[in-house]
Design a protein around this ligand. Structure first.
Ligand SMILES: Cc1cc2nc3c(=O)[nH]c(=O)nc-3n(C[C@H](O)[C@H](O)[C@H](O)COP(=O)(O)O)c2cc1C
Length: 169
């Protein structure tokens, strides 16, 4: 009798995890859309530090520019259990947000394939993917920048779909 092996080559069988931090909800909105389309697990990074208000805003920008780390709450999922980990961060002072920098540094040996996305206000191109790549020592299979104007207008959904089709390809 011929035995058939199940080969995990189909993108539908690809196990994905979306990991994000969001201070004011933009990155969360994009992360939830990605997880909804992929029907995958999602992990919100929780910063122990209070980042609300103007003091929180100023402190966050200062810390991000100086590449500081923070203390994040214990995470639920192990990234090494996933074929692809999709990491999302807001851009802070042109940099990776402090909680996502912390998460990457704590987990960088556990990633298989990676994809990155960020949300930001301005039209400039941030250098954060280059730094995320260096921190992870891995090239992402897909990367996406979403502006806050695209979130407000709803046009981000089309970009998210293109981003996901690259991940699946
Ligand atoms: C401390 C701080 C610094 C920021 N710096 C930038 C920046 O350098 N460039 C930019 O385009 N947007 C910047 N923003 C705007 C955020 O990147 C943008 O609003 C993002 O979508 C916020 O995501 P969130 O709602 O998930 O926290 C900054 C926001 C904060 C709080």
């Amino acid at each position: 009798m011929v035995k058939f092996k199940t080969i995990k080559s189909n993108s539908n069988l690809m196990k994905c995890l979306v990991v994000f931090y969001s201070r004011t909800g933009n990155t969360k909105k994009v992360a939830e859309k990605i997880a909804e389309i992929l029907n995958c697990d999602i992990e919100e990074i929780v910063d122990i530090k209070n980042r609300s208000g103007i003091i929180g805003f100023l402190r966050s920008g200062y810390e991000a520019a100086r590449r500081k780390l923070t203390i994040i709450a214990k995470t639920k999922y192990n990234p090494s259990d996933y074929d692809v980990v999709i990491i999302g961060t807001p851009v802070w002072a042109g940099n990776i947000s402090v909680p996502i920098r912390t998460y990457i540094i704590m987990n960088r040996n556990k990633f298989n394939k990676l994809a990155f996305f960020c949300t930001m206000k301005m039209r400039s191109s941030p250098m954060i993917f280059k730094e995320m790549r260096e921190l992870c020592q891995k090239d992402p299979i897909s990367a996406l920048i979403i502006r806050t104007s695209e979130i407000n207008s709803g046009t981000y959904i089309k970009k998210v779909e293109e981003f996901i089709s690259k991940i699946k390809a």
